[in-house]
Design a protein around this ligand. Structure first.
Ligand code: FAD
Length: 413
């Protein structure tokens, strides 16, 4: 078998899983190169715990190399050009040639696209932003907290609601709840429309019970940070004391320059094989857009949510299909969108949302009753994810799989 070079762009959730899966399945004769701009890997779901003071920065940040198997070559550089016709990638000052390419570059956050944006506006969607918001929450003595989803799509549709609930819990624990009003604004018609009506209604009820107001169909127009007002298209303006936004998302520049992107600015892939229009180029995770068969808003299809759980599953599929192609077999591994999420609700409790996102006439996603065990499940997953690659098997066998069985989730990794 001829030696092949497989390049993975992006060392986030999808890139790490792809590289490790390839490394386990291919002999050392093949070359696996992972290109990532950051040396440290931070675990995004834990940004919410950084925001509420449950974690310190160093607890959710590890050297990227500690998560990758030894025979993976890590290049610490920014990808600035992809030339599929020449099977070439430019990163930093260097050029790399590939036989197979996996693009897992995630999304860029572009808060500066918000009219009126300045540094007084917070976000918990970045590592630094979550840490900064904790400092502000600690010193906040009361007033109106507005959480604004600025546009769609955005990653992890549960996260803004989890953030609101953790903030509510933070002020309850501080004895300040009576002095704080929390509002969520979103252009969407319901919470988590990508997950179907059942989950949306369940989350809306939880928010209601916590006294968090949910405002659907609110399209952000601009912000005036001097008068502390948020303006929505065709709706009344809203005054705030603390503004937290989910910033606009876009594909990284290197991708936007290629012919891989669709009209919406994301990579089109075959929803089953995750192959792009180029036979040897795969797209996985947040950088892709995969239509949901049963969801429309109002005249275009909704896309599979950008979530780590899907990046993880897609990484497995892309890696298996590449291995099969290298071995001359049929590349018939298929992605199925059975996703799950532990939805943090505050007070060390969480709900467990799970189901088929490709379900018709709409996704069948259910929420299990909120309890301590789902929160523990999320903490265990975080510990497993951040543990060095050599310890993962032991950790999985002894804690994650056993813990999963005890609480009734079949954890398959
Ligand atoms: C607050 C928050 C909470 C979340 N909670 C959950 C959760 O509970 N469950 C869940 O499933 N998902 C959750 N998510 C979403 C999840 O983090 C993403 O969906 C997931 O990380 C996407 O994986 P990815 O591999 O596609 O992209 P990423 O993990 O974002 O990885 C992309 C990588 O590419 C690198 N990169 C980008 N551009 C370049 C370039 N030009 N050159 C080199 N490297 C580059 C980046 O540095 C990054 O490391 C959450 C997200 C946030 C913000």
């Amino acid at each position: 078998m001829k030696m092949k070079t497989i390049i993975i762009l992006g060392g986030g959730i999808g890139g790490i899983v792809t590289a490790n899966k390839l490394s386990s399945s291919l002999s050392g004769d093949h070359k696996i190169i992972l290109i990532e701009k950051n040396k440290e890997h931070t675990f995004t779901p834990s940004y919410l715990w950084l925001m509420n003071g449950s974690r310190k920065k160093k607890q959710i940040s590890v050297p990227l190399k500690s998560l990758l198997k030894k025979n993976i070559e890590v290049v610490n550089a920014t990808v600035n050009e992809i030339v599929p016709s020449e099977q070439k990638v430019k990163a930093g000052e260097k050029e790399f040639y590939y036989d197979f390419l996996v693009i897992a570059l995630g999304t860029d956050l572009v808060p500066e696209k918000i009219q009126g944006w300045d540094d007084s506006i917070h976000t918990f969607y970045t590592f630094e932003g979550a840490a900064k918001l904790y400092d502000t929450l600690k010193n906040f003595s009361g007033g109106k907290v507005a959480i604004v989803i600025s546009s769609m799509p955005y990653k992890c549709p549960g996260a803004p609601h989890e953030g609101a609930m953790l903030i509510e819990d933070f002020f309850t624990a501080k004895g300040l709840r009576e002095k704080v009003v929390i509002d969520i604004f979103t252009p969407e018609p319901q919470p988590l429309p990508v997950a179907g009506p059942e989950l949306g209604n369940a989350v809306k009820n939880i928010l209601d019970n916590k006294g968090i107001s949910f405002h659907p169909s609110m399209h952000l127009d601009s912000v005036d940070t001097k008068s502390k007002q948020i303006f929505f298209n065709g709706k009344e303006s809203f005054e705030y004391d603390l503004l937290i936004v989910i910033p606009p998302h876009q594909a990284p520049a290197a991708i936007r320059k290629t012919d891989l992107v669709n009209a919406n600015g994301w990579i089109d892939v075959n929803p089953s094989s995750l192959q792009t229009k180029y036979e040897n180029v795969f797209g996985i995770g947040d950088i892709t857009s995969i239509p949901l068969p049963g969801r429309w808003i109002p005249d275009k299809p909704m896309m599979l949510p950008k979530a780590g759980v899907f990046s993880h599953l897609q990484a497995d599929v892309a890696a298996k299909n590449i291995v099969r192609k290298i071995k001359g077999e049929k590349a018939d591994e298929k992605f199925c969108a059975d996703g799950y999420c532990m939805l943090e609700a505050g007070a060390d409790l969480a709900g467990f949302a799970y189901g088929d996102f490709f379900g018709e006439p709409h996704p069948h996603v259910h929420l299990k009753k909120i309890g301590r065990k789902w929160h523990i499940g999320k903490v265990l997953f975080e510990k497993w994810w951040l543990s060095p690659v050599g310890f993962k098997k032991v950790f999985y066998k002894n804690l994650l799989r056993t813990g999963g069985k005890l609480i009734g989730i079949p954890v398959k990794l």
